[in-house]
Design a protein around this ligand. Structure first.
Ligand SMILES: Cc1cc2nc3c(=O)[nH]c(=O)nc-3n(C[C@H](O)[C@H](O)[C@H](O)COP(=O)(O)O)c2cc1C
Length: 347
């Protein structure tokens, strides 16, 4: 194990901070094994949402890579780094028992390569969560991420802070009473709500909090006058990285530096992983970048991170939260006085 890249999430040590984040390519064992083989420190499998068996959701799943003029570009390794990914995600078509069996097999597979397999549940029925989590723990799954939609930007009613905090607290406390395996909580809350929800999750017993989920967006097409992919969709890309970093910084300020945060949103390479670590993440999830460019993104990002750290004789732990903490110092102005005048046209 490379000491420089090691990181800790709650009580667990990961061999490196690159997490293959939950998305459609991690629905079946091939994608999970490819991520493990590529060297990920952890793999969070595609969430089980209780919609299993409803195969129509798979039929309507669709994905687009869009350039900066919002026009589709070819999918794949050569796609420009500044594309936006638009997605109508799928649901796993597996029953819970099939999904559980796959998680158990993949736990063993990942364990041989010192990679942590993390199961993921994305549903808000406490009784069902308890039942499923008990089965996951009994099957030897080493960790669980609960992906909570409360506070999601597609659900205005959930913007009520008190309701959202209560929902997160109850869902997490319920699971914490049920299982002893490490419990990560993924928030899809807008930035302003994330710190309060992260605080509630940790108070209720979470071992780590992940920010952020996909953003919800709407992309009108100039030719058809219809939205791309038919309506409101998940959107992501390099431009979401500052938003994820902002959520990390705010969460760190609220929950304190000793709590483990996981960053997700827009990371494409080793430099982006380092940026999220500097903003306060102890590990960083990559999803869209891998869906778009393939599993080779993982070793490439790890090599870049390793090179960045060794050039400075630093370890991952040395980076965590440094930029967040440095933000406390007043920023140096770009120029003296009324520098905004440079933006005015000269007449
Ligand atoms: C197609 C697609 C499917 C996703 N499915 C899940 C999911 O099942 N559970 C989950 O917690 N996050 C899911 N996500 C969110 C990602 O894990 C990640 O949080 C988000 O996309 C931001 O990271 P990225 O910019 O690296 O993609 C999905 C994202 C995409 C693009």
């Amino acid at each position: 194990m490379n000491d420089r890249l090691q990181t800790r999430i709650g009580g667990l040590t990961l061999k490196n901070p690159l997490i293959a984040g939950s998305a459609d390519h991690l629905m079946e064992s091939e994608g999970i094994m490819a991520s493990v083989n590529a060297g990920a420190g952890a793999v969070v499998v595609k969430s089980f949402s209780g919609q299993a068996g409803k195969k129509q959701t798979r039929a309507i799943a669709d994905y687009l890579a869009l350039d900066t003029q919002w026009n589709p570009v070819p999918w794949g390794y050569g796609a420009p780094e500044d594309v936006t990914i638009a997605a109508r995600p799928s649901e796993t078509g597996q029953s819970f028992s099939q999904w559980l069996e796959q998680c158990a097999q993949m736990t063993r597979y990942a364990g041989h390569q010192d990679c942590l397999l993390v199961a993921s549940l994305a549903q808000d029925d406490p009784a069902k969560n308890r039942k499923l989590a008990q089965q996951l723990a009994a099957a030897g799954i080493p960790a669980l991420e609960l992906s909570i939609k409360t506070g999601g930007d597609n659900d205005p009613s959930s913007l009520d802070r008190v309701v959202a905090v209560k929902t997160v607290r109850n869902l997490v406390a319920d699971l914490r009473e049920t299982i002893t395996i490490p419990l990560w909580v993924k928030l899809s809350a807008p930035q302003l709500l994330s710190p309060a929800l992260a605080e509630a999750a940790f108070a209720a017993g979470a071992d780590a909090v992940t920010v952020t989920e996909s953003h919800t967006g709407f992309i009108p097409d100039l030719e058809t006058f219809a939205p791309r992919l038919g309506g409101s969709i998940g959107v992501g890309g390099f431009w979401t990285l500052p938003l994820a970093c902002q959520a990390l910084v705010q969460c760190r300020a609220t929950v304190g530096p000793e709590k483990s945060l996981i960053g997700a949103g827009g990371a494409r390479n080793g430099g982006d992983v380092a940026r999220m670590l500097l903003a306060g993440a102890s590990a960083v999830g990559l999803a869209s970048s891998i869906i778009l460019r393939g599993y080779q993104v993982i070793p490439a990002a790890l090599q870049q991170l390793e090179a960045y750290l060794s050039a400075r004789d630093l370890k991952v732990a040395d980076l965590i939260g440094r930029a967040a903490d440095n933000a406390k110092a007043p920023p140096k102005p770009h120029s003296d006085g009324d520098h905004w005048r440079q933006f005015m046209p000269s007449v």
